[in-house]
Design a protein around this ligand. Structure first.
Ligand SMILES: CC(C)(COP(=O)(O)OP(=O)(O)OC[C@H]1O[C@@H](n2cnc3c(N)ncnc32)[C@H](O)[C@@H]1OP(=O)(O)O)[C@@H](O)C(=O)NCCC(=O)NCCS
Length: 210
C-alpha cells in the first residue's frame, strides 16, 4: 500500500475532492446536524456547531497522522463542501481499507456521490495500490447500498446488531469490492494513470455514468 506523501486532490467532471479545511465547519454542521442525513450514521446528529468544529479539527489530523484520507467534496465554482468521503482503517499488510461518505441532503439524487466514489475508488486501487475496499452499511439505507452496488460492490454478509446509536440497535451489511473486479469493469477510464494508459489520457477521471 502506498500512503501518499502529499494530500491527493482529485477532480471529476463536476467536483473537486480536496483536503478537509477550517472553512468546512458550517457545511459539516449542516450535514451532520440533519437527522434525516444522519439516520443511518454511527453516531447521533450534532446539536451544536462546536461539535462540527471539533470534528473538523480531528479530521485535519487524519492525513498528517496517516490514519485516514478524508476528502471534502466541493463544487469548483465556490469551494463549498457538499459532503465528505473517507478511506480509513487501512490494513497495510492486506491492502485493504474502509470507505465512508455522506452528502448534505439538498445535494442528494444528482449523482454526486457516484462521481466522487469513482474518483476515490480509482485512486485507492490505482496510486495507493489497495486490493480491497469495504463498507459497513445499515441494510435499511437503500440509497447507500444502491450507490455501492451500482459500482460493483457485493453484499458479502450481514453482521447482526453491530451498532447501538442512542437506543437504537442496528445491523451492518458488509459490502466489498476487489481491485481486480474494478479493473475488469467494462468502462476503461481510471482516475490515476497506470503504465500503458498514456494513450487514454484524455478520458482520465471521466468515466461515464452507468
Ligand atoms: C447515500 C448517499 C451518499 C447517496 O448520494 P447521492 O449522490 O444522492 O447518490 P447518487 O445520486 O449517486 O445515487 C446513487 C444511487 O442510489 C439511488 N438512490 C438515491 N436515493 C435513493 C433512495 N432514497 N432510495 C433508494 N435508492 C436511492 C440512486 O437512484 C442511484 O441509483 P441508480 O443509479 O440506480 O438510479 C446520500 O443519500 C447520503 O449522503 N445519505 C446520508 C449519509 C449516509 O447515509 N451515508 C452512508 C453511510 S456510510
Amino acid at each position: 500500500m502506498n500512503f501518499p506523501g502529499a494530500f491527493p486532490t482529485l477532480a471529476t467532471e463536476r467536483l473537486v475532492l480536496r483536503e478537509v479545511a477550517d472553512r468546512d465547519v458550517e457545511a459539516v454542521f449542516e450535514m451532520e446536524s440533519d437527522p434525516v442525513a444522519m439516520r443511518y450514521w454511527s453516531r447521533p446528529p450534532m446539536r451544536d456547531i462546536a461539535e462540527a468544529l471539533a470534528s473538523v479539527e480531528r479530521a485535519k489530523t487524519f492525513f498528517p497522522e496517516r490514519v485516514a484520507l478524508r476528502w471534502s467534496i466541493c463544487l469548483p465554482t465556490d469551494d463549498r463542501m457538499l459532503g465528505h468521503l473517507s478511506l480509513f482503517d487501512f490494513s497495510e499488510q492486506s491492502g485493504r481499507a474502509d470507505i465512508g461518505y455522506g452528502l448534505a441532503r439538498r445535494h442528494w439524487g444528482q449523482g454526486f456521490m457516484h462521481e466522487a466514489l469513482i474518483a476515490v475508488i480509482d485512486y485507492a486501487f490505482g496510486s495507493m495500490g489497495l486490493r480491497r475496499l469495504e463498507a459497513d452499511i445499515d441494510p435499511r439505507n437503500h440509497a447507500s447500498l444502491r450507490a455501492l452496488e451500482r459500482l460493483g460492490f457485493a453484499r458479502e454478509g450481514l453482521l447482526r446488531e453491530r451498532w447501538q446509536v442512542g437506543d437504537e440497535i442496528s445491523d451492518s451489511a458488509l459490502m466489498g469490492l476487489l481491485a481486480r473486479e474494478w479493473r475488469a469493469r467494462p468502462l476503461p477510464t481510471r482516475q490515476t494513470p497506470r503504465p500503458g494508459d498514456s494513450d487514454r489520457k484524455g478520458t482520465i477521471g471521466r468515466r461515464a455514468r452507468r
